[in-house]
Design a protein around this ligand. Structure first.
Ligand code: SF4
Length: 231
């Protein structure tokens, strides 16, 4: 599965000049409370607003967390942020299985609940807003700890081989371009949904043609998938 590899390269180009820190996964996992929390304004240290998205690949990804910008314990007030999870899956030749896997990986973002870190996101959007509790700051929350928790969640699926979670809080990061990449990721995912579920194969009248013209292998996949469904 390599439909998202060009976006991985774009994220790398966009961030390569910014100072960063790499962390291995922490043994000291932050607690997952297991349900969606409500953190009231009066209990909030600060809010992060921006973008969160996954980029799935079958190219190698080493486990760990990359932080570009300040860590949670040194952010004083509200600011923009982005989370990008690079997720390596096994090189699945069966495209239906690979597609199902991408969908399962997407569910992870709704099923992890770090204590004192309230995430608001939706299935139809790449927006991700976070409210961080004062109590979590006192307890020592860091991106390494919550990133390690998130990596563990992805890896509950044995087909996930490697995960790198990139958190960006640097004030000079280009959040507009990151959001544009997240939007493109959504468009490719929606095209993939269409390709895997629609038997209608008429490129001349299809509004997804620009994506299929750009992303190698997408047209062939629709041709194969439509033919299989009509058999
Ligand atoms: S392969 Fe053709 S019909 Fe299928 S989604 Fe792409 S442009 Fe549309």
């Amino acid at each position: 599965m390599n439909f998202f590899d060009s976006l991985i390269r774009d994220v790398s180009l966009l961030t390569e000049k910014l100072p960063y820190k790499d962390f291995s996964c922490s043994d000291e996992l932050w607690q997952d409370v297991g349900y969606s929390q409500v953190i009231l304004q009066r209990d909030t240290a600060f809010e992060l607003g921006g973008t969160g998205f996954n980029l799935v690949t079958s190219e190698p990804v080493s486990d760990g967390i990359t932080l570009i910008g300040d860590d949670l314990d040194s952010i004083g007030d509200n600011r923009k942020f982005a989370r990008v999870s690079l997720v390596q899956i096994e090189d699945e030749q069966d495209q239906q299985k690979a597609y199902n896997l991408i969908r399962k990986i997407e569910y992870v973002k709704y099923h992890h609940f770090p204590e004192g870190y309230m995430i608001r996101t939706s299935s139809r959007s790449h927006k991700e807003a976070v409210r961080v509790a004062k109590s979590a700051i006192k307890k020592g929350i860091t991106f390494r700890k919550i990133g390690s928790l998130l990596i563990n969640k992805y890896k509950e699926n044995p087909a996930v081989k490697g995960v790198r979670v990139i958190y960006i809080t640097a004030e000079d990061a280009d959040y507009g371009k990151l959001e544009a990449l997240a939007q493109k990721n959504n468009t490719i995912t929606e095209t993939l949904n269409h390709v895997m579920n629609s038997v209608k194969f008429d490129c001349d009248s299809c509004n997804l043609k620009p994506v299929c013209d750009e992303i190698e292998g997408m047209k062939e996949l629709h041709f194969k998938s439509a033919a299989m469904r009509e058999m």
